[in-house]
Design a protein around this ligand. Structure first.
Ligand SMILES: *Cc1c(COP(=O)(O)O)cnc(C)c1O
Length: 365
């Protein structure tokens, strides 16, 4: 039997090249050797975000990047607009609420995406808003948001645009500087092809200007302190040394391919997965589908768990169930990072085709 193939929308498969770097003997972080790694990372990481601005790295899961983007850029009572179209948008909103921000919540039915016009209307109704929270790929529904047109709206306002691209980065096109996005947060275990444990925050000029004024409590996730240390290729606390070595290698892989070429590869594989799912008789759940993950409806109330268990036990392919209200109703099939390739997509799709046949997924009830 083959090894398990992780087609879950995080964690994702880690390439052997990256695993080998993560497994090297430990080195101390206050050394020339580690400084050289940090210097390369600080130079290369912004390229993945299509920015010239600094990208901060923290030892935490992706949520640490979301959390710290709130505590470092806002002050208590400030108005912020949250646009949520699924579980992850809701998390960003709930983080902002938990720190005492005045959060105006805009919500979409699961499977749908916001438009720039809706963000514009939200800003018009709340001219004092200081920030807009948005998700690139809403991993819970596999929807992607039209960030380019949304940024056109926020650019001319007082609100900074903050994008949760934890799953979307490297998979869905995101041109931070060219589009005028202020903050992009991400994590290591999805499109970055790394194990879980690193969080990233890219800070544009407008966002950096907000840092000094923020009065929310912060200590570990302190952007200004982290930036100061970054300039000396150092970190305020002990970094996740092994993961940073893996990141150095993953960035080399991303840049060898080219960021644009990586987006194109994801688009091609995602298109193939969607077309094949449809040809198998399944319906795509997302109205505006992301290139990071595909969600399909289970027909006739067929329980998604049964299909997921079958492909895991029979084919060693690991798919994900829906989350929240979608649990049991959809399956999520990811094509992020290293799994955005013909071979893995084929193995995953063949396993789904086999499940449809053997379990009678399409049979009328
Ligand atoms: C996975 C994910 C998160 C949560 O990341 P953790 O690393 O589990 O903290 C947040 N937002 C999106 C869009 C995600 O896909």
């Amino acid at each position: 039997m083959k090894d398990f193939l992780l087609l879950t929308p995080g964690p994702t498969k880690v390439p052997d090249r990256v695993l080998a770097k993560c497994a090297l003997p430990m080195i101390h972080h206050r050394t020339k050797e580690f400084q050289a790694i940090l210097e390369r990372i600080n130079g290369n990481l912004p390229k993945a975000f299509a920015t010239k601005h600094p990208v901060l790295t923290f030892a935490s899961s992706g949520t640490g990047a979301m959390d710290s983007s709130i505590t470092n850029l806002f002050s208590k009572g400030q108005v912020i607009l949250s646009f949520s179209a699924g579980k992850w948008g809701e998390r960003y909103r709930d983080i902002a609420r938990s720190y005492g921000l005045d959060v105006k919540s805009f919500e979409k039915k699961y499977g749908e995406a916001f438009t720039a016009a809706e963000v514009e209307a939200g800003l018009k109704a709340n001219p004092n808003a200081k920030g807009v929270l948005m998700t690139l790929c809403e991993t819970s529904t596999a929807v992607v948001h039209p960030i380019e047109s949304i940024a056109k709206v926020t650019r001319g306002s007082n609100a900074i645009l903050m994008i949760d691209a934890i799953s979307g980065l490297g998979c869905d096109v995101l041109k931070m500087d060219e589009w005028g996005v202020d903050v992009v947060v991400s994590g290591s275990q999805k499109g970055f092809m790394l194990p879980p444990g690193l969080a990233f925050v890219a800070l544009g000029e407008r966002a950096q200007a907000r840092m000094a004024a923020s009065d929310l409590p912060k200590f570990y996730f302190h952007f200004a302190e982290t930036l100061k240390m970054m300039k000396k290729n150092d970190t305020p606390f002990t970094p996740a040394v092994s993961l940073m070595r893996g990141l150095d290698e993953a960035l080399s892989m991303m840049l060898e391919e080219g960021v644009e070429a990586g987006w194109k590869r994801h688009a091609r594989i995602a298109d193939h997965v969607r077309k094949t799912m449809k040809s198998l008789g399944l319906e795509i759940f997302a109205k505006a589908p992301s290139n990071a993950v595909t969600a399909v409806n289970m027909p006739n109330g067929f329980p998604s768990k049964d299909l997921i268990n079958f492909v895991r036990d029979t084919h060693h392919v690991v798919l994900a169930d829906g989350q929240g209200e979608l649990q049991g109703k959809i399956i999520r099939f990811s094509h992020m990072g290293a799994t955005a390739c013909d071979e893995d997509a084929k193995r995953g799709l063949d396993s789904v085709a086999d499940a449809i046949k053997k379990l009678g997924v399409l049979n009328p009830v």
